[in-house]
Design a protein around this ligand. Structure first.
Ligand SMILES: Cc1ncc(COP(=O)(O)O)c(C=O)c1O
Length: 354
C-alpha cells in the first residue's frame, strides 16, 4: 500500500492532503489553547476514526456526533466522552444509547419531555447513567426548545427522570456559512447569549450546569471566545471544503476527488468518471483543482461534465485530474475510504464510518 502514488489509485478516489490537515489541526489547537473554551469536534464531517484520534491527541475533550451508530463506533474506538448533538427518539436507538452509557460518558441533546421520559425509563431499566444537554433553539429553527422557561421546565423533567442534566446546547447553525461581518458577529453573540442566559436560569433553580455547547467552523472564532460557552462543536475546520471558504479562510481545503477523464470533445468538453455518486453538488458545483481554464458545469449520476474555456487544455482521455470537494459532509459519506496523501504519495488508507 505505502509507496503508491496518487496516479496509482483507481478512481473515483477521495484524497486528503495530510500536511494541510495537520496545519488545520494545529491552527485550531493554537486557538483553543488561548481561551477557556474546549473543543469537542463534530464527527459527521469526516466520519473517520483515525482523524478523531488525531483530534483527541491534540487536546479535544471528546467528540460530538449526530447518530447512534457513530457514537458506537467512537466508543469502540476508545473515545471516552461522546455528545450526540442530534435528537434521538424511539426505544430501539435509546436502548443502544443506554448500552453505550455503560461503557463511556454519553451525553444526549434533548428537546422533548416524552423522549426525556423514555430515556429515563430505559436508563433505569439498564442501570445506565445518561447525561443530557437541554437543546435550546437560538435561531436556527431546527431542533431545540425555546430558551428560558421552556428549557428550565425540560431540565426539571429530566432531573425527575433521574437523568444527569449537564447543561445547555445552543447551536447557532443558521450563521455558520455567513461571510464575516459585524452583523454576523452581533447575531452570533445574541444567539449565544440566549444559551448562556438559559444556563444562568437553570443554575438559579439549583440545576448545576458544567456545559454550554455551541459552535461551528464558520463561527468558531466568535463562539470559541464567547463568555460562558464551555465547548465548541466545530468539525469541518479539519478537512475544510470550498463552501466554508465563504465564512472563514483560517483553514485550508484538504479534500479532492481524483477522477479519470473518460471522454473528450476537443476544445469543448471533458467528461470524468465522477458524478453525483462520488462528488456532491450540495452547496454548489465543485471546482476543478488541477487543470486551469476549465469549469465543472454538471454532475450526472456517474458522469461529471467539464466545459473547456481554454480550447487547448492539455488533458487527454485516461488522464487523472483532481476536483475540490465542495461540501465535505455530503461528499465523504459517498466513499468507503479516503486516502491520506503527502507530496503525491499515498500514506494512509482511512476507513469512513457509515
Ligand atoms: C449540531 C451541530 N453542531 C455543530 C456543527 C458544526 O459543524 P461544522 O464545523 O462542520 O460546521 C453542526 C453542523 O452541521 C451541527 O449540526
Amino acid at each position: 500500500m505505502k509507496g503508491r502514488t496518487i496516479q496509482d489509485l483507481d478512481t473515483p478516489a477521495l484524497l486528503l492532503e495530510l500536511s494541510v490537515m495537520e496545519r488545520n489541526l494545529a491552527r485550531m489547537v493554537q486557538f483553543i489553547d488561548q481561551g477557556p473554551t474546549r473543543l469537542r469536534p463534530h464527527f459527521k464531517n469526516h466520519q473517520c476514526l483515525w482523524l478523531s484520534s488525531k483530534q483527541i491527541a491534540a487536546g479535544a475533550i471528546g467528540i460530538t456526533c449526530a447518530r447512534v451508530e457513530h457514537a458506537e463506533a467512537l466508543v469502540s474506538h476508545r473515545i471516552s466522552s461522546v455528545l450526540i448533538a442530534t435528537e434521538i427518539a424511539g426505544d430501539a436507538k435509546l436502548s443502544r444509547c443506554a448500552e453505550l452509557a455503560r461503557q463511556a460518558e454519553l451525553i444526549l441533546a434533548v428537546d422533548n419531555p416524552h423522549v426525556v421520559a423514555d430515556i429515563g425509563r430505559i436508563a433505569r431499566n439498564k442501570r445506565a447513567r445518561l447525561n443530557v444537554l437541554v437543546d435550546v433553539n437560538v435561531g436556527q429553527n431546527r431542533c431545540g426548545v425555546e430558551p428560558g422557561e421552556a428549557a428550565l421546565s425540560l431540565a426539571k423533567a429530566a432531573l425527575e427522570q433521574g437523568l444527569v442534566v449537564r447543561g445547555v446546547m445552543g447551536y447557532e447553525g443558521h450563521l455558520n456559512l455567513r461571510p464575516p461581518s459585524p452583523e454576523k458577529e452581533n447575531a452570533c453573540r445574541a444567539a449565544l447569549q440566549l444559551a448562556v442566559d438559559t444556563r444562568t436560569l437553570l443554575e438559579r433553580n439549583d440545576i448545576s450546569c458544567d456545559i454550554v455547547s455551541a459552535g461551528a467552523t464558520g463561527t468558531y472564532s466568535i463562539t470559541g471566545r464567547f463568555p460562558g460557552v464551555t465547548e465548541l462543536q466545530a468539525g469541518s475546520y479539519l478537512t475544510m471544503d470550498t463552501s466554508f471558504l465563504q465564512s472563514t479562510t483560517d483553514f485550508e481545503r484538504t479534500l479532492t476527488v481524483l477522477a479519470t477523464v473518460i471522454s473528450k470533445a476537443d476544445g469543448k468538453r471533458l467528461v470524468i468518471d465522477s458524478g453525483r455518486k462520488a462528488l456532491s453538488g450540495e452547496r454548489g458545483l465543485p471546482v476543478v483543482k488541477t487543470v486551469q481554464g476549465v469549469r465543472l458545469t454538471a454532475l450526472h449520476a456517474e458522469h461529471g461534465i467539464i466545459e473547456c474555456d481554454n480550447p487547448l487544455v492539455p488533458v487527454e482521455v485516461g488522464d487523472k485530474i483532481e476536483v475540490w470537494v465542495q461540501y465535505a459532509d455530503t461528499t465523504i459519506q459517498l466513499h468507503q475510504r479516503m486516502y491520506g496523501v503527502r507530496a503525491g504519495r499515498v500514506e494512509e488508507e482511512l476507513a469512513i464510518v457509515k
